[in-house]
Ligand binder design. Sequence first.
Ligand SMILES: [Zn+2]
Length: 429
Amino acid sequence: MSSILIKNAMIVTQNSNREIKLGDIYIDDGLISEIAPSIHSEAEYVLDTKGQVVIPGLINTHNHISMTLMRSLADDVHLNEFLEKTFAVDSRRTRKDVFAGSMLGVLELIKSGTTSFVDMYYWEDETAKAVTEGGIRGFLGWAVLDEDKSTQKGAPIKNAENFIREFRKKERIYPLPAVQGVYAASEETFLGAREVAEKYNTIAHLHLSETRMEVYEHEKKTGKRPAEWLDKIGFFYDHVLAAHSTWLTINEVRILARNGVSVAHCPTSNMKLATGGYAPLPEMFREGVNVSLATDGCASNNNMDMLEEMKICSLMHKAHRWDATVLDAQTTLDLATINGARALHMEDKIGSIEEEKRADIAVLNGRSERMLPLSKATAVSNIVYSAHGGDVLSTIVNGKLLMKNRQVLTMNEKAVLDMADERSRELLK
Ligand SMILES: [Zn+2]
């Protein structure tokens, strides 16, 4: 395992005091072994980050990464037409397409400073290959839904369990079950997924209350809103990570808080598909729900830039509440870092830059026209409101340098782009 010395850094630590430190970071055997004003130890790689900003690697808690191949395929249409268009392509997809899309996605994540992501799809073993090659952390959710609603070969829950069993010991891969949503999964399916998650001690992921239609239909069918129903059947517990959670009542927010359920908030996706709701973040904070940030898949975003997502997140809530103080820069950065780690039950390992944690780090160019003036006082605002993914110079995961000065070291960028280009042409023909 290689050692890295980061010199002359402005470190946005995201530790419990949200300190910004000036100094050096020593990374050894995957871990942050020392943070000090000046370190003189020898290292295999030395990164001089004078004028740059060092932040914890960003954590994107909801994605369908292989859908990069469907980027810009179904824009400016209502959700039902969006689903029709994406399902039509989806039914033609092969394993090769899922791999090519995942490779393109992993490349984009590395280049925009994301070091961990949560995924939901089938053939996650193909996505796992891309994660292994790229070197990031993948929390890979095998899509679980009722067998009669699935296009998967075999029972989805069994497929999910087989995938988890095969991949759970692999480095940087965290396989898990991911339930499509109440519109595609019965009580039995939900409880089956929970049982698998508990058996292998994984996160249980799901789409929750994304649209009014979903809530309305479910209430008509069961007499309960989705979160109330999931509480009643006993699906919720502290390892559940609920994407969207847009259309929630205050009672449902309290249900999430009481069960320790985390939320993966997807502001761009919700606005782009005009789902009409604004996930009630201020109420979630007040009631003690852990909220993290996500881009959702590329068909509904259309990128996976978490720096851009932070700005959109903050502005969306300010505009909606007529209140410039909500989702301030520090709170928004928390969503994309330490809260993401908490949602994954990894807050003792990732999400902040502290000694003894895993070295998952992104280095941003602080000497760009967008980032000046840069000081301890402006750093967090600059990150949230000014920076975008292209400002990320270097990305480190588990102590390994994946990108240095915008050159990706673990993947052949040209080959990944060529493969994605070729597969998407074939797929969309
Ligand atoms: Zn989704």
